[in-house]
Design a protein. Sequence first.
Length: 86
Amino acid sequence: MGVTGMQIENTPYCVEIKPQTESILGAIGPVIHDVLIFLATAWILMQNSYIEANASVKNSLKIMVLGRHLPAFSKALLRDGQLYFM
């Protein structure tokens, strides 16, 4: 469903030639949703850090990417979200 195919010569098998637009959008939609949820979670966790995140962009990035200055549970939650994308 959602893919145009063509039969391989002298075999009962097919190959995919061109995916339809609906199938591409159906695959990209969940990825966009997951990224937005991760970014929202990382933003909220950054607000829960031990230091002031708004002091500098460098501190904010260290918190959101590395999990520095976060409580143990928040850091574990951030790491779990990062592993999900890998």
